[in-house]
Design a protein. Sequence first.
Length: 331
Amino acid sequence: MSSIMLSAPRGALRCVELCAGAGGQGLGLELAGFSHAMLAELDADACATLGANRPDWPVVQVDVRELGEADLMALGPVDLLAAGVPCPPFSVAGLQRGPDDDRDLFPAVLHIIRVLRPRAVMIENVKGLLQRRFDPYRREIAAELGRIGYTAEWRLLYAKDFGVPQLRPRAVLVALPPDEHWEFRWPAPDTRPVCTVGRALAPSMGAAGWEQAAAWAQVADRIAPTLCGGSRRHGGPDLGPSRARREWARMGVNGSSVANHLPRPGDPLPVRLTVEQLALLQGFPPDWVFTGNKTSRCRQIGNAFPPPVAEAVGRQLTAVLSGAAQPSTVP
């Protein structure tokens, strides 16, 4: 690829993001005080989404395995390397081949960490990576990070604990040099009332005059199942596998497809959700624009790291990197 001439504003904590997707992690880190030196993403529609929402973000469309050392070194000092590596190698919805899956990008990410030597690392993936069968692989990742000079720790975080109206458990790795790792504290769950599907979507459900919006919101006063990005090989836009659709049905939602418009007067139950409503359930702000066809937009949303969760972890990292952290006393 061509040489990368990108930078973040002087004085800001500088972040390089790999597998940036539609910007969920990027937005969260921005809110936490990071400025991007580069966002690398292979999918063209996701790159267009990033550019549509943040024209000043330095987005590079590239397979991270093709990032050359000269291009990486040209970025200069990096405070945080963040990555949302592909989930299929570890997802219960897939074959769970782990490191034997050619979509496993952990080796590429570790190589980039060796080259860049960021002050901190944050990587997120599906809960399946924390299964016992992948214990050796996680230990291998932690050991390699240790050889590079970091202490690594995995933690299971639930999006529902950070104001997102869905369960969405995610495996998150944070790695810091040993003399700073002891200062890092995992974010505590939000103390505000839990956000539910009904509360999150009630305003939009009634926006086009649907008479059943208020009654529906009461039925949907529950946490949503995890939104799925969907396979590139099978199916179109929907709300996930059969088990998830049954849960949606209990909330008065038809999960077999995604609507082109909000419910209108006279529309019956169960109601279908729009792409924009799915984005709200993933923690994106209402003005975040997604590009591409409906299937692509749903996939971008379903694959995203919810911005509020990324922000919560990012703020804890900001505290450490800026010297404002209180040393952790909790294991």
